[in-house]
Design a protein around this ligand. Structure first.
Ligand SMILES: NC(=O)c1ccc[n+]([C@@H]2O[C@H](COP(=O)([O-])OP(=O)(O)OC[C@H]3O[C@@H](n4cnc5c(N)ncnc54)[C@H](OP(=O)(O)O)[C@@H]3O)[C@@H](O)[C@H]2O)c1
Length: 247
């Protein structure tokens, strides 16, 4: 891909590139000419297939572990230079009514989706500020930050936080030409939604004007757009990619 759409060799860090939306985004970013570094706790077959691709770097790391984030970023930077972009994609999902949710489930949601995302972003932002080349941060939130879904209150707490974070950080970093936006996917066919039962799927399809669940490829175009220079005057926004389910 060339011109304002293309990656121009820019280095993009994406969390959770081993499976689901992250995996498809890694492929889309590589195809568009970006250099990509990613991590997750476990390497998948997809990651193994990238061995030998000198535009891709992967290391196992846990978003909730501060020191493993710093180590990952140092290695990624030594290969590809300071990141031009960060996509905060990795997240933990847990559903259940808050009243009976375990302490451990709450702790994990907050430490991965909340603290982990904040700390990784802080690390990357510091590198962007030193590089003085501008940059782009894209936070993958969720339509659960926009609408109420029963059984999703704790997860929604973290995703609503991500959208609020996006707006505030956009104000903090605009002067340095670092744009910060979020993408709110609806329901996608990934491991995260594998435990939806048939009735739940039917209900989702019923209220989705485009009549289907999302597939990971549906987020690639919006991500490439927001990363690109075509979006150079867009910051602090949340782009909803949900087949219309929240209209
Ligand atoms: N699927 C949907 O319908 C949907 C809807 C709305 C929003 N989203 C959002 O879209 C993003 C991607 O979701 P997805 O459906 O692609 O999820 P997924 O299929 O469950 O994949 C999650 C990715 O994050 C990684 N990850 C999870 N916990 C991690 C940790 N502690 N440290 C490092 N990596 C971790 C996973 O790898 P490991 O497990 O190996 O670490 C995996 O690569 C998430 O932010 C999610 O909230 C998804």
């Amino acid at each position: 891909m060339t011109g304002a759409w293309g990656g121009k060799d820019r280095h993009i860090v994406i969390s959770g590139g081993s499976r689901g939306l992250g995996k498809t985004l890694v492929s889309g970013l590589l195809d568009a000419g970006y250099r990509v570094s990613s991590f997750s706790r476990t390497a998948t077959e997809f990651i193994q297939q990238q061995a030998g691709n000198d535009r891709f770097f992967f290391a196992p790391a846990d978003l909730s572990d501060k020191s493993s984030m710093a180590t990952f970023l140092k290695s990624a930077e030594s290969l590809f230079g300071p990141p031009y972009g960060l996509i905060n994609c990795a997240a933990h999902a847990a559903d259940g009514l808050l009243a009976i949710m375990s302490e451990e489930a709450i702790r994990k949601l907050l430490s991965v989706n909340g603290e982990g995302t904040l700390r990784l972003t802080r690390l990357v932002v510091r590198r962007m500020l030193l590089a003085k080349t501008g940059g782009v941060i894209l936070n993958i939130s969720s339509i659960s930050s926009l609408r109420g879904f029963r059984g999703m209150s704790a997860y929604a707490f973290t995703k609503g936080g991500i959208d609020a974070f996006t707006r505030a950080l956009a104000r903090e970093l605009g002067e340095q030409n670092i744009r910060v936006n979020s993408i709110a996917p609806g329901y996608y066919d990934t491991d995260m939604t594998r435990n939806l039962n048939e009735t739940q799927k039917r209900q989702i399809l019923h209220r989705t004007p485009l009549g289907r669940l999302g597939v990971p490829e549906d987020v690639v175009g919006p991500v490439l757009f927001l990363l690109s220079d075509h979006a150079s005057f867009i910051t602090g926004q949340c782009l909803v990619v949900d087949g219309g389910s929240t209209v």
